[in-house]
Design a protein around this ligand. Structure first.
Ligand SMILES: Nc1ncnc2c1ncn2[C@@H]1O[C@H](COP(=O)(O)OP(=O)(O)OP(=O)(O)O)[C@@H](O)[C@H]1O
Length: 312
């Protein structure tokens, strides 16, 4: 478990992380998302003692990182995949990490196997591709078989096969009861990987909720209603609009209702005697929900060059 209490980091006048309080619990993949510069990396760096909080604290299983005797056995982290000496082989890099944490050598070969680098483990890390570097970083995080794992942008630079491998790895680690905290800008991937989401903007907490709740809360999540009776559907529409719901009509005549639950729409249809052929939820994508949540917190926005003209 990771516990953040009033966690704050200021760099001079700028506040990178602003009073974050939350728990990242075991047995789930918790996605950590937010616009560029929102404070995700700084938060993760404070959890593993690489940055010192200006105020508040970050604890791993109730303890500060600095007080852990064998930290790699408690918490593994992929923070900067390039933070490997380029002249060192992957195997030697992991061996040095293992020695300093009382981890047996055979574990080095195990994790090299797990991440698919066994065949190139003797090559200098400086010759590795971006994706291979990510795999080496992940191997380092797994090395101590820790109960808490953090990954900052783990799929960065990976090919589709690698992206899928990371997704399955995260899910498997959480299923084993570990705490998995992972940041990413790829919302479609997050939607497939995470159970819980922590959303930050300008250092502050915007949301901490199950992914299903985040998506259900989006204004793009709607109820789809289809009926063989156009007159009945028109009456349903009139009633819904009168009740303050937003209703759109699809090209095939179906209604898309926002701001009402399936139960409410179904009950109303029953009340006025409209026969239905479909009543279902059309879920927003995580990307849509994310865009709404963070709309006011995008720090490095550019003017859109096409479409709506909205700042993105
Ligand atoms: N060492 C530092 N000195 C000064 N400012 C810093 C330092 N590290 C981070 N910052 C600033 O803190 C803010 C948060 O940065 P951080 O890298 O934590 O954001 P992030 O959410 O990880 O962003 P991204 O998605 O772009 O990786 C940014 O404004 C950044 O410029």
């Amino acid at each position: 478990m990771i516990t953040l209490r009033g966690l704050t980091k200021r760099f001079g006048a700028a506040t990178a992380v602003d009073n974050l309080t939350l728990d990242v619990v075991p047995g789930r993949v918790t996605g950590f998302i937010g616009p560029n510069g929102a404070g995700k990396s700084t938060t993760m760096r404070m959890i593993v003692g690489l940055d010192r909080p200006t105020a508040g604290e970050a604890l791993v299983d109730g303890r500060r990182y600095a007080t852990l005797r064998h930290p790699l056995r408690e918490v593994g982290a992929l923070l900067d995949a390039k933070a490997v000496h380029p002249g060192r082989s992957a195997r030697n890099h992991l061996l040095a990490m293992a020695r300093s944490n009382g981890i047996p050598t055979r574990r080095v070969d195990e994790v090299l196997d797990t991440v698919g680098l066994a065949n190139v483990a003797g090559k200098r890390a400086g010759t590795y591709s971006l994706g291979m570097g990510q795999r080496l970083g992940i191997a380092g995080a797994l090395l101590g078989d820790p109960g808490v794992l953090m990954f900052d942008e783990p799929v960065n630079g990976l090919d589709p096969d690698g992206v899928r491998w990371v997704r399955e790895l995260m899910r498997a680690l959480a299923a084993e009861g570990r705490t998995v905290f992972v940041s990413s800008h790829l919302m479609s991937e997050m939607q497939l990987t995470a159970d819980q989401l922590v959303v930050v903007g300008r250092g502050r907490l915007i949301a901490d909720a199950p992914i299903t709740e985040v998506i259900a809360g989006s204004s793009s999540t709607a109820v789809l209603v289809r009926s063989p009776r156009p007159a009945g559907l028109a009456e349903l529409r009139r009633r819904l609009v009168a009740a303050g719901r937003a209703v759109e009509q699809e090209d095939d005549g179906a209604l898309l209702v926002t701001g009402a639950s399936v139960e409410q729409v179904g009950d109303l249809a029953h009340e006025i005697g409209v026969r239905l052929h479909e009543l279902s939820v059309r879920e927003a994508s995580l990307e849509q929900a994310y865009m709404e949540l963070t709309a006011g917190d995008v720090e490095y926005g550019a003017l859109a060059t096409t479409g709506s003209g909205a700042r993105v």
